[in-house]
Design a binder for this molecule. Structure first.
Ligand code: ATP
Ligand code: ZN
Length: 214
């Protein structure tokens, strides 16, 4: 691979995709975004865009397969990959919260002692429980976390929330926020001098776009 080019990994399809593409375009970088493409070259900047699942992005950036990535801080932190968070992007704001059944008489985090909590974020949840001196069983599942309490799979959930309507519609109430997230730009620790330079140019453009919006 050419180390005079920046490879930027963004989510292929999901909640980050549209704003990630928009940000790159607002930085003046043009590319042909053909439907279903997994990789595309920018036409007026030495960059290449990779379209991936968000969960895979921190690993690709750590390995230097991609030089930059746009992901939620939740995903980047959970992955514990060795990457630099170079900029907060201000979109895809959400929080990682604990929810319990609405009828549960919740008085505080100590109520979680000895309970089981279903989540796709075992690492962030584990850190939170440890910091609060609570010992609970973390039940890692890969999706549809909110249904766990109502089917008796777990006593509580720890999941991404934005409006809270998914929790509500599954008979849950939000009782603790353990992490606040937004989209961030992460960078590999193995950039060439040229790539670092390109990253600086890109960050300068991103900051200008953000200033213009405020
Ligand atoms: P993929 O198929 O790429 O793995 P996914 O289903 O894991 O996608 P999305 O639901 O598209 O992920 O969410 C991507 C990121 O967007 C989340 O990790 C989080 O940072 C953020 N996010 C999630 N839910 C919301 C929401 N309701 N509002 C705003 N941002 C959100
Ligand atoms: Zn994902």
């Amino acid at each position: 691979m050419n180390n005079n080019t920046l490879r930027i990994a963004i989510q292929k399809s999901g909640r980050l995709s549209e704003d990630s593409l928009k940000l790159i375009k607002e930085c003046g970088i043009r590319f042909d975004n053909g439907a279903g493409k997994l990789k595309t070259d920018a036409t007026n900047f030495p960059a290449e865009i990779l379209f991936l699942r968000d969960d895979d992005i921190p690993g690709y950036v750590e390995d230097g397969v991609a030089h930059l990535g746009i992901v939620g801080e939740n995903v980047s932190e959970e992955s514990s990959r060795n990457v630099d968070t170079v900029h907060k992007l201000g979109f895809s704001k959400c929080r990682l919260s604990i929810g319990v059944l609405r009828e549960h008489d919740y008085t505080g985090v100590q109520d979680l002692e000895g309970k089981s909590i279903a989540t796709t974020y075992p690492r962030l949840l584990g850190q939170y429980l440890k910091a609060n001196n609570v010992s609970a069983q973390i039940h890692e599942i890969s999706g549809s976390v909110e249904i766990a309490p109502s089917i008796g799979l777990a006593d509580a959930v720890c999941d991404i929330v934005s409006s809270g309507s998914t929790l509500l519609s599954n008979g849950l109430k939000e009782v603790e926020t353990i992490f606040r997230s937004e989209a961030v730009m992460i960078a590999s620790k193995q950039l060439s001098e040229v790539q670092q330079n390109l990253l600086d140019q890109l960050l300068f453009r991103i900051k200008s776009v953000q200033v213009a919006k405020n």
